[in-house]
Design a binder for this molecule. Structure first.
Ligand code: DQA
Length: 146
């Protein structure tokens, strides 16, 4: 795996300000720089994309199929209801790992269902920003396990 794409969905640009008791104090910029450091350590190329718009995320997934080897996706609330994001993941042949900063199973009832999980390679939830690093590791080092 040479290049991965990290996609962040709605409201993740407000990390650090947004519900810090749930998502922590680190800003979105801090998250991005930690992801880039991790990628450098892993000796892989990495692009980061954030959008609050469903269609933009779908367009990015489509273009990733031609330019990247795998995707780490925090779809935010789209996780729980976007069949369009789900279909985009199913349409591309590269592996997608679902990530969540918070433990979505320990929160509201509606967060316990992920409509994207069945079409993702796997899911990581509840480890704060480390969820992203674990997902990068899974994508790059364990994608061929099954
Ligand atoms: C989230 C969890 C989602 O339920 C929520 O809508 C988010 C963030 C997380 O990273 O914990 O926006 O994906």
């Amino acid at each position: 795996m040479k290049k991965i794409l990290v996609i962040n969905g709605p409201n993740l640009n407000l990390l650090g300000e947004r519900e810090p008791g749930i998502y922590g104090d680190d800003t979105y910029e801090t998250l991005c720089s930690k992801i880039m450091d991790k990628a450098e350590n892993m000796e892989i190329k990495c692009e980061i994309f954030q959008s609050n718009h469903e269609g933009a995320i779908i367009d990015k997934l489509h273009s990733a199929r031609l330019s990247c080897d795998g995707v780490v996706l925090n779809a935010g609330a789209f996780t729980h209801y976007s069949y369009a994001v789900r279909d985009a993941i199913a349409a591309i042949r590269i592996p997608v790992v679902e990530v969540h900063i918070s433990n979505v199973f320990a929160r509201d009832e509606f967060r316990k269902n992920s409509v994207i999980a069945p079409v993702c390679k796997g899911s990581i939830s509840g480890f704060g920003l480390a969820s992203y690093f674990m997902a990068m590791d899974a994508l790059v080092n364990y994608n061929d396990e099954i």
